[in-house]
Design a binder for this molecule. Structure first.
Ligand code: ATP
Ligand code: MG
Length: 412
């Protein structure tokens, strides 16, 4: 029979890769917990409108990247492509609107029908944080600081740059949008098909284009900074001031826009040059309109999401998977006597494996392979002496002692 394959862009995670993923996730959980963000879990699939409305009918995620399906009750559902919409929906459903601010973290699989490549999958994991209920720019600075600290703890900060921009408020963005349309109209013949398409539905997204010809046109496009009203300008200055106070380095990238429709004001990305065009490892911004779009009160929010797979490609980790002790019977009939010993060792938090089969030399080969520190050997002689043979596999030293003493030695 032919081997059953996994779906394109969807991978198994074997222990070594998962070890690194977990390291990234645990570092993120620890950091966000220190910043007083509490972990929540939201469903992996939801009614499609939870994503369609906020992300925008013209966004890539909704038009071509979604996994949408009808279930047996004919409800239209979507596998979650991102976390923010679900978190804000959960916040609204739980009636937390009157108990703000709320600080949340989450992680888990997301699904997007994309062209798979290194760092771009169809099922991938994100870790994210959301700060809800604070309109102060302090919150923007706080979440950026959290992201920066997380990357710092992962020891990848030297490979990463922070880019920031602002999209302004509705008024500023509208003025900017008109200026952009005017500008790009003059270059219609040079724009890619995709950008032409965006010109009428979401011209800001043209700035996001990776097409080389588009890039030439984008170079001289209007600058958002010149279209900000006073309030939006001050907000942006405050963000920069906050980052300066934290000694966090950043560059202002006037063409940084976020792919999703619900963003306003602050936009930021932590990027690396080491992953080709999949260089964005952590990205976010402010989304003050989202809560209202989801049918709730007007609740401001700011947050980010990080790609676990991309970060896992950046971190340098030694995979530590050592076995503390192996249990070896001189013959198979001793295996039963090893079972209660295993139970006692495991109850002491000692990592144990019984090596059931093979001759002694094979058993020691296995012990070596799983990097065991010690071996407990049980045979006729040990049963007679009512002791165990305890062998330090590094020094080769052996002694006859009882289990209590063994546990003491291993724990030292
Ligand atoms: P990109 O520009 O790379 O497509 P994006 O703007 O679509 O990213 P976001 O929606 O902001 O990404 O998601 C936040 C982070 O999640 C990204 O910066 C990236 O690290 C990760 N990510 C997004 N899409 C994928 C994917 N298909 N596979 C793996 N990681 C992803
Ligand atoms: Mg994308």
């Amino acid at each position: 029979m032919e081997k059953l394959r996994t779906v394109r862009g969807v991978h198994d995670l074997l222990p070594e890769e998962l070890y690194i993923h977990n390291k990234v996730i645990n570092t993120a959980l620890e950091t966000s917990d220190n910043f007083n963000y509490s972990q929540i879990e939201i469903p992996i699939f939801e009614f499609a409108e939870v994503f369609k409305k906020p992300l925008g009918e013209s966004s890539d995620i909704v038009t071509k990247e979604n996994y949408i399906f009808k279930d047996r009750s004919n409800d239209e559902l979507m596998l979650r492509p991102e976390g923010t919409s679900g978190v804000v929906r959960a916040f609204l459903n739980a009636g937390l609107v009157h108990d703000i601010p709320q600080r949340f973290s989450y992680y888990g699989p997301m699904f997007r029908y994309e062209r798979p490549q290194k760092g771009r999958l169809r099922q991938f994991k994100q870790f994210g944080v959301e700060c809800l209920g604070l309109s102060s720019t302090m919150a923007d600075v706080e979440v950026i600081c959290l992201g920066n600290e997380f990357l710092n703890k992962l020891n990848v900060l030297e490979k990463i740059n922070l880019k920031i921009n602002t999209l302004g408020d509705f008024e500023s963005r509208n003025n900017f949008r008109n200026a952009l349309v005017n500008y790009f109209e003059d270059y219609r013949s040079s724009l890619s098909k995709e950008s032409l398409n965006r010109l009428s539905i979401n011209p800001l997204r043209i700035l996001d284009s990776k097409d080389e010809e588009d890039q030439k046109v984008i170079k001289n496009a209007p600058n958002i900074m010149e279209y900000l009203n006073v309030d939006s300008r001050i907000r942006f200055q405050n963000i920069c001031k906050g980052l300066d106070h934290l000694n966090i380095e950043y560059t202002i990238d006037k063409n940084l826009v976020r792919g999703l429709d619900y963003y306003c004001h602050t936009a930021f990305e932590f990027t690396t040059n080491e992953l080709g065009s999949q260089g964005t490892v952590l990205a976010g911004g402010r989304y003050d309109g989202l809560s209202k779009i989801l049918g709730g009160l007007d609740v401001p929010g700011v947050g980010w999401a990080a790609g676990i797979e991309r970060l896992a490609l950046l971190v340098d980790t030694e995979i530590v998977n050592k076995t503390d002790v192996v249990l070896i019977g001189q013959a198979e009939n001793f295996n039963y006597l090893l079972l209660p010993i295993m139970k006692k060792l495991v109850q002491q938090g000692i990592k144990t494996e019984i090596i059931y089969s093979g001759n002694l030399s094979k058993k020691f080969k296995r012990a070596n392979k799983i990097k065991a520190s010690y071996a407990i050997i049980l045979g006729e002689e040990e049963v007679d002496k009512k002791l165990l043979k305890f062998k330090d596999l590094t020094s080769g030293r052996e002694e006859f002692i009882d289990l209590k003493q063994i546990i003491k030695k291993i724990k030292n």
